[in-house]
Design a protein around this ligand. Structure first.
Ligand code: PEP
Length: 251
């Protein structure tokens, strides 16, 4: 199940990077062009302030640009927020939703993430819906249950699952240098695949499941050959084009 899907290597720049960081996109494009055909879809999600410039720069290349969040409404009195149609207008094709940092920093619930995912799909964006347990939840033996609830409540019901992407990101592995073991990743991704098939039927086999949490050039190959891992969501190691390129090559 879920095999044969084209991997997606997605970079999440978080709140890092001003105009000078666009050089990394130009450098990545050069590396990808020199490499010829790549066996993965490539996505970079810079801060909102860079989405438009990044999309212009990446136009005509294999690099897609995405946002890191969107509002559930298309427009309105929501100071500081950005809607899904605005991201599309700026050149984005994907949007990360429900990242653990947003769930923690902004109190985003799974229901809020689902509403945003619906808005993204309506606008024509591919949502990447993040799920994952904390260290305390894993230690308590609750990881599978936590992720099952997040999948049940964060993912929209009526859309074709092949248009949505799940990112499993154990919270304790994000930005910590710790990665889950290949066995733990395989077990959780197989669990998520089963949940998707229960929820969406055979379309659940077409949804890509990314792993995220301290993915770097040195561990990418092992992670990416784990069953039901259909790509990676990369934070820190996506900031430098050469590191990110090595991860793409590992796919
Ligand atoms: C992330 O931000 O989604 C992430 C996985 O970060 P890092 O790769 O730095 O752990």
């Amino acid at each position: 199940m879920g095999t044969g899907l084209r991997p997606l290597i997605a970079g999440n720049w978080k709140m890092n990077g001003a105009g000078a960081a666009l050089e990394q996109i130009a450098r990545l494009n050069t590396l990808l062009e020199e490499a010829g055909e790549v066996a993965a879809d490539v996505l970079l999600c810079p801060p909102a302030t860079l989405v438009h410039r990044a999309a212009n720069l990446a136009e005509g290349s294999v690099i897609a640009i995405g946002g890191q969040d969107c509002h559930a409404q298309a427009s309105g009195a929501h100071t500081g927020d950005i809607s899904a149609p605005m991201l599309v207008d700026a050149g984005a094709r994907y949007v990360i939703l429900g990242h653990s940092e947003r769930r923690t920093d902004h109190g985003e619930t799974s229901a809020a993430v689902r509403d945003k995912a619906v808005a993204a799909l309506v606008a024509g964006l591919t949502p990447i819906i993040c799920v994952g347990e904390t260290q305390a939840q894993r230690d308590a033996g609750a990881a599978n249950q936590v992720v099952a609830e997040q999948i049940a409540d964060s993912m929209p019901l009526y859309e074709d699952a092949s248009q949505t992407i799940v990112a499993y990101e154990p919270v304790w592995a994000i930005g910590t240098g710790k990665t889950a073991t290949a066995d733990d990743i395989a077990a959780m991704h197989t669990h998520i695949r089963d949940l998707l098939v229960k929820k969406y039927g055979s379309a659940g086999e077409q949804a890509r499941i990314l792993y995220g949490g301290s993915v770097k050039p040195s561990n990418a190959a092992e992670i990416l050959r784990t069953p039901n891992v259909n790509g990676a969501l990369v934070g820190g190691a996506s900031l430098l084009a050469d590191d990110f390129f090595s991860i793409i090559v590992a796919a």
